[in-house]
Write a new protein. Structure first.
Length: 489
């Protein structure tokens, strides 16, 4: 199950590459790389297409946001050079950088920012749901933007570093957004065929121009095709989706592979509804003690780091909770014997074929408690639909959205989870007037949900990148979300 969002910024992962057949960069005239990717966008319309592939390709490279975030998710300047906020959290003032322009040379001033944000809100474009508390967006002069809220929204700055903060050229009225671009970033879209996006250097770019004259983003049908492209030399860089392909790429002479943390979370979901054995807090807790999450995180090829709560490492509110439920089979068995011998009826752990081996391992660990559990393997679409509908007892799933922890607040059928303390703490976090306080209150929410064992979290996944050995590729955190081509050089 794939949902969406989190932000990577100017200070995040980046690529240092060299042009074909030359010394590093060797001037700006003809440098060109081809990047192989998997999930292709159906349209390049940044306003209406919420697909992750659009953000990966275009945000920061073609379109810029009012603010941005670094690799640790600290909010930092972008189009806005600095900002201030009122103590009541209802008024934010942004001072824009001087000399900024769109790719057509027109000024990226306060009037343009106001027009873009107003269109996002009024047109209910992608990201507008994060601006729902906005009462007005105004520009007292051409270097200042003022946002006034109806009520505090501690996520506002985070939103303005994401899709809600994308600034689109207001002169693009009847433009072909589906195939072309109207941003202010270091690249422009020169063509889009569906399987290929051609990016060209924006010669009007208002900061240091990129070293590359062109970048080709080529979308491949499979990880195997990416491996083939790196083998035959048609690709300079590849972003595989799976750990197996990353392993194959590492075997190719002249290719280096590195990995960073992703937004993907792997967990054993518990159905907390009344008819499920996991409606009992003690059952959930002793099951977590019986699952060796630390060992799983160390040995799974797609695991980057152990995760023990609903908020992952690069999200606001993360706390290391790995000490809450260390592997302790004896403790799990001791807690299990509080229940009568016939208390538990047979049930299944639901999983898809891609996670068959891991699911069987978890079944074996739960059976050792003992619990009357067997493995039920279904296709990925069936897994997603059944979990969403609450038609399961426990399931091995992936989640991939920065705000998917709200599924432990809304009482949805997916988890059937109700906890008044968690709901109260989450509401308290949203009531804060600044981002730092919001983050601290969210940490308390994270701990409540994990201590209550609403599910058994296992690990955060990896993003992989493969590149020629004459290309320097630092640790690639979150590149499946945003691919920072703009930092080449």
């Amino acid at each position: 199950m794939v949902l969406v969002v989190l932000a990577l910024a100017a200070g995040g992962a980046f690529l240092l590459l060299r042009p074909h057949g030359g010394s590093p960069f060797g001037g700006r005239s003809g440098a060109h790389i081809t990047v192989g990717l998997r999930s292709k966008p159906s349209s390049l319309d940044i306003r209406t297409n919420g697909e992750r592939a659009v953000e990966q390709a275009l945000v920061d490279n073609v379109y810029q946001t009012l603010l941005t975030m670094d690799s640790e998710r600290a909010i930092s300047a972008n189009v806005a050079a600095r900002w201030s906020e009122s103590t009541d959290g209802l008024r934010y003032s942004f001072q824009l950088r001087e000399g900024a322009t769109f790719a057509d040379g027109s000024p990226l001033n306060a009037s343009a920012v106001v027009a873009s944000l107003q269109r996002t809100i009024q047109g209910k474009q992608v990201g507008s749901d994060h601006l729902k508390h906005v009462a007005s967006v105004e520009n007292p002069d051409e270097t200042t933007v003022v946002i006034t809220l109806h009520e505090p929204n501690p996520r506002l700055l985070e939103a303005l570093a994401g899709r809600a903060g994308v600034i689109v050229n207001p002169n693009a009225h009847d433009a072909d957004f589906a195939h072309a671009s109207y941003g202010s970033g270091p690249f422009t879209v020169s063509s889009f065929t569906g399987d290929t996006i051609e990016l060209a250097r924006n010669e009007h770019y208002w900061q240091d121009k990129p070293a590359l004259a062109r970048v080709t983003l080529r979308y491949m049908p499979s990880d195997e095709a990416l491996v083939g492209g790196m083998r035959d030399g048609s690709l300079d860089v590849a972003l595989p989706q799976g750990a197996q392909a990353a392993s194959e790429l590492a075997k190719i002479d002249g290719v280096q592979v590195s990995d960073g943390i992703s937004t993907r979370k792997t967990l054993v979901a518990f159905n907390n509804a009344g008819s499920s054995p996991f409606s009992d807090e003690q059952v959930r807790q002793f099951t977590r003690f019986a699952i060796d999450a630390a060992q799983i995180a160390r040995t799974q090829p797609d695991a980057k780091a152990q995760l023990s709560g609903p908020i992952s490492q690069l999200q606001p509110g993360y706390e290391d909770l790995n000490a809450l439920f260390p592997f302790d089979l004896e403790r799990a068995q001791s807690m299990r014997w509080y229940f009568a011998a016939g208390y538990f009826t047979p049930f299944t752990l639901l999983a898809d074929e891609a996670h068959h081996d891991l699911a069987q391992r978890i079944v074996d660990e739960m059976a050792a408690i003992p619990m009357p559990v067997t493995l039920e393997v279904v296709d990925s679409a069936t897994l997603a639909s059944r979990v969403e509908a609450g038609d399961y007892v426990c399931a091995l799933i992936e989640m991939d959205d920065p705000h998917d922890y709200t599924r432990f607040v809304d009482g949805s059928a997916m988890f059937g989870y109700q906890n008044g303390a968690a709901q109260e703490q989450y509401a308290k976090a949203l009531a804060q007037t600044d981002f730092a306080s919001y983050r601290e209150q969210l940490r308390a929410f994270d701990r409540i949900v994990s201590q209550d064992a609403a599910s058994a979290w296992l690990y955060t996944g990896k993003d992989h990148i493969a590149a020629r050995q004459n290309l320097h590729v630092p640790r690639p955190n979150l590149i499946a979300w945003r691919l920072p081509l703009y930092q080449i050089a």
